[in-house]
Design a protein around this ligand. Structure first.
Ligand code: SAH
Length: 346
């Protein structure tokens, strides 16, 4: 283990067995060392700055049927909504005033947002807020569609790979969804010049230590600019309703490891983390994360974007209450900045 940690801190690529060994040693005396090294790396590169992103959840309609997600098409009980261009622009307006310089539009895979509609929205945001970055997180699209998004001015794209193991992927998704397609999307996005974000859930059903090692190996190879890692949380109207939620400690440990594999990465302390743990945002930052994505969606729609049960949406989660978040971050020695917050190695 000592040798592996040395390699990790020196930026030497690890193999699958080494990653497996690290993940297995979560409860060992090495954990504190890894956390310390991760925070040191993060401070070397990003100081005590925290970048914020205004998360606009544009649609709860989805054509996919992922077994873990509350927005899956088979969920008859889900309340569906979608935002108009005007509503989205109003979110940006409010967000800009609160100090946000990145807007993330996330949603289910909703055919309403044709290429024409989406590029119109993206280019209008870029026109009105030229100093802001636009991030999209709208699922799997064709190369041509991604190209149009990019030409309209989108800067970044978040598409978690969910799990880097084919067999595990097939236990989380219906057969029409393939890991190979997901990976191809990430490659397409990268080749189009997007800053890309991958990531996975911790403690998703049937996940093994080996799977997590594969996730780390995949991230090491892909080298995404952003990595989203959060605990799986069951949703009562999905096939995984009775599955246990992912573990906070293991999530934090994986955040630290990813910080060491990809020192420049933008890593959020996710909403899922703060849903399973009251101090999730703080703990995420103290494990090496450097991004927080408060909810900028219209307050009336917010409770309808339910990926999982009890999703945190109030207080420090809410963009309009950014002052609460600022105070919380100051308390642990960090500072929220008004900045696009691009990766430092771009
Ligand atoms: N449709 C888009 C956005 C998905 S929602 C896409 O396909 O990328 C964003 C992320 O929420 C997903 O990538 C998934 O990792 C996470 N998520 C979904 N359901 C979840 C659950 N039950 N628990 C924790 N995270 C979940």
């Amino acid at each position: 283990m000592h040798e592996i940690i040395k390699k990790l801190s020196a930026g030497v690529p690890l193999n699958i067995d080494e990653f497996k060994k690290i993940v297995e040693n979560e409860n060992s005396s090495f954990k504190a060392e890894i956390t310390d090294m991760a925070v040191k790396q993060r401070k070397n590169i990003y100081g005590n700055k925290i970048y914020i992103r205004g998360l606009i959840e544009i649609s709860s309609f989805c054509k996919n049927d992922c077994y873990y997600c509350g927005l899956r098409r088979s969920n008859q009980n889900a309340e569906r909504y979608r935002l108009t261009k005007e509503e989205i622009l109003e979110c940006c307006n409010q967000g800009y005033q609160s100090g946000f310089r990145t807007f993330v539009m996330q949603g289910g895979e909703d055919a309403y947002y044709t290429d024409a509609r989406m590029t119109d929205i993206v280019s209008e945001i870029k026109k009105q807020y030229p100093d802001c970055a636009v991030t999209l997180s709208l699922g799997e699209k064709s190369y041509e569609t991604y190209k149009k998004y990019r030409e309209a001015g989108a800067d970044r794209y978040l598409l978690r790979h969910e799990t880097a193991d084919c067999e595990h992927y097939s236990k989380l998704h219906p057969s029409e969804m393939k890991l190979s397609s997901r990976k191809k999307c990430l490659e397409d996005l990268k080749s189009l010049g997007f800053q890309i974000g991958a990531g996975f859930m911790v403690g998703s059903p049937y996940q093994t230590t080996e799977n997590l090692a594969e996730d780390l190996l995949y991230l090491q190879e892909l080298k995404p600019h952003m990595v989203g890692i959060g605990p799986f949380i069951p949703h009562h109207d999905t096939p995984f309703r009775d599955m246990p939620a992912g573990n906070t400690e293991l999530t934090l440990y994986l955040i630290s490891i990813v910080r060491l594999i990809l020192p420049y990465a933008l890593i959020p302390a996710t909403t899922a983390l703060s849903t399973v743990d009251e101090y999730g945002r703080e703990k995420g930052i103290l494990a090496g994360a450097n991004v927080i994505m408060p909810n900028l969606s219209p307050v009336l729609q917010r409770k309808k974007y339910l990926l999982y049960d009890n999703k945190a949406i109030s207080g420090a989660e809410a963009a309009e209450q950014i002052d609460i978040l600022k105070a919380k971050m100051n308390n642990i020695g960090y500072e929220i900045v008004i900045d696009r917050g691009d990766a430092a190695n771009l």
